[in-house]
Design a binder for this molecule. Structure first.
Ligand SMILES: C[S@@+](CC[C@H](N)C(=O)[O-])C[C@H]1O[C@@H](n2cnc3c(N)ncnc32)[C@H](O)[C@@H]1O
Length: 189
């Protein structure tokens, strides 16, 4: 009797969650179609690789930034794998930032989300930077990172690379499509 009552409550709770989350996923799908692929989230395979790249460097604590965090898949995975990191997601679009804050509240992950243009924030305290952004933004971002980052900062870019800065490592995520989600690893000198 108690079990069947519990099951009803559980199914009701699940239904409420689905009702809350479905419109967001619908909006994101529409958004991705409208943006013609410019708004793709990092895949789980690439996230695993990014985590490996960071683990190799054995940080105890670090300030991690995803510049243009979208729906937050990367920052949530980073906080889960590195709970002692201070993790920040910067995103200029309201829908994305609303969704990430909502997700953060439910998952209790203690991630800092800022609705801002990435060119407007200071990166002086950053230890690790991640970006998955359009090609046309990369020259400007390269200038910003070279001016603001302290020595030794790890920068990982997905698919798009900097025009002048030479990467230390390149990682292929999908061997059958080597240019898709290729990861570029830089160290600020
Ligand atoms: C390809 S998505 C990547 C999302 C996330 N980083 C990930 O890997 O899953 C790029 C995101 O960067 C955001 N973006 C683009 N230019 C930006 C800017 N100048 N400031 C802040 N966010 C920006 C877009 O709105 C979009 O959500």
């Amino acid at each position: 009797m108690i079990n069947s009552q519990f099951l009803v409550y559980f199914l009701f709770f699940l239904l409420i969650l689905i009702i809350i989350f479905l419109p967001f996923y619908f909006l994101f799908t529409i958004n991705i179609i409208i943006m013609a692929g410019h708004d793709l989230p990092t895949s789980q395979k690439a996230i695993k690789k990014i985590i490996k790249i960071i683990k190799k460097r054995k940080y105890e604590k670090a300030n991690f930034y995803d510049l243009g965090c979208g729906r937050g898949d990367v920052v949530f995975a980073i906080k889960k794998n590195f709970p002692d990191f201070s993790v920040q997601g910067i995103e200029k679009r309201s829908l994305q930032i609303f969704f990430t804050k909502f997700r953060n509240f439910f998952l209790r992950r203690d991630i800092i989300f800022q609705k801002n243009d990435l060119f407007e924030i200071s990166l002086e305290k950053a230890d690790i930077i991640y970006t998955y952004l359009r090609y046309d933004l990369m020259p400007e971002i390269e200038k910003k990172l070279k001016n603001e980052l302290k020595k030794g900062v790890l920068v990982i870019t997905n698919t798009t690379s900097f025009p002048n800065w030479q990467p230390e490592e390149i990682h292929i995520v999908h061997p059958k499509q080597p240019n898709f989600e290729k990861l570029f690893v830089y160290i600020k000198k």
